[in-house]
Design a protein around this ligand. Structure first.
Ligand code: SF4
Ligand code: SF4
Ligand code: SF4
Length: 260
């Protein structure tokens, strides 16, 4: 077992010791510190074990180039794992779990395992509720404009004017990439000023997102409940208006929710 594995196991044990509710409150703090100091990144779908991934990723950027959502970024000098290593920063752009996982198929080195290019084999990490008290649904508060506008900033296929005005032009023969990203914005737009169920309604887990997340009643409002099928894609983390959710990279449902 590597040092990284030991630290991760201790971290998860610590969280599990707090129980799920304790974990919900603490994951943001402990998890945040853990992620910051240990630099355990969220890797693209299909990533092999962390040590093997770091050895195998040849920093070619192929996965990034085929990603239609621009979800994958490459580590810079401060990344820790080496300039050019692929990762996902979910608050900036989650993964949207493309049906055919082009990122996995494009990887020439085995860092993303071609045998895992199906949703049933994908496991990137696990979502946790890091700050339940920030959830808009708990207080039945409407989704503010700023929360929707923020996602336009993440959408690289738009022109500067579209990003500025929040008005998307109909262009002839748009690329598939533009179509997919615009479709996401259109789904999100429906929540402007409405009750927030964004994390549950826009979870891309397929075929049935309710196996990964659902809204449950609490104190006169609602909060999200993370379920067993969650693959840690981070879409909910990106889209949440108030930063309620976090991803613990490579953690499993069992480790987080069942060992308390
Ligand atoms: S599954 Fe799709 S959205 Fe997710 S990283 Fe791969 S190519 Fe990008
Ligand atoms: S709940 Fe859904 S959107 Fe959030 S990380 Fe899990 S699979 Fe992805
Ligand atoms: S996206 Fe989910 S967690 Fe975030 S405020 Fe809305 S309901 Fe709450």
């Amino acid at each position: 077992m590597t040092n990284e594995d030991k630290k991760r196991r201790d971290f998860i044990k610590k969280m599990a010791g707090l129980g799920v509710l304790g974990l919900a409150a603490a994951a943001g703090i402990i998890g945040g510190r853990y992620l910051k100091t240990d630099k355990l990144r969220l890797r693209p779908p299909g990533a092999v074990d962390e040590d093997d991934f770091l050895a195998l990723c040849i920093k070619c950027g192929q996965c990034l180039q085929v990603c239609p959502y621009d979800s994958i970024i490459l580590e810079d000098l401060e990344g820790g794992a080496g300039v050019g290593t692929a990762y996902i920063e979910p608050r900036e752009r989650g993964c949207y779990l493309c049906e055919a996982f082009p990122c996995i198929l494009a990887c020439p080195s085995g860092a993303l395992d071609h045998e895992k290019a199906e949703i049933k084999y994908v496991h990137m990490g696990m979502a946790v509720i890091a700050d339940e008290s920030a959830c808009l649904a708990l207080y039945n508060k409407p989704v503010p404009d700023s929360a929707i506008d923020r996602i336009y900033e993440h959408t690289k296929v738009l022109t500067d004017e579209e990003r500025e005005t929040k008005k998307i032009e109909d262009i002839p023969n748009p690329s598939e990439k533009r179509e997919l990203q615009v479709e996401l914005l259109k789904k999100l737009e429906k929540f402007r000023g409405k009750q927030c169920t964004i994390c549950a309604d826009l979870c891309p887990y397929h075929p049935d997102p309710t196996l990964a997340i659902g809204m449950v009643a609490k104190n006169g409002g609602y909060i999200p409940e993370i379920r067993e099928a969650c693959v840690g894609c981070g879409a909910c983390v990106e889209l949440c208006p108030t930063d309620v959710l976090k991803i613990i990279p490579r953690a499993t449902y069992q480790e987080i929710y069942k060992k308390a």
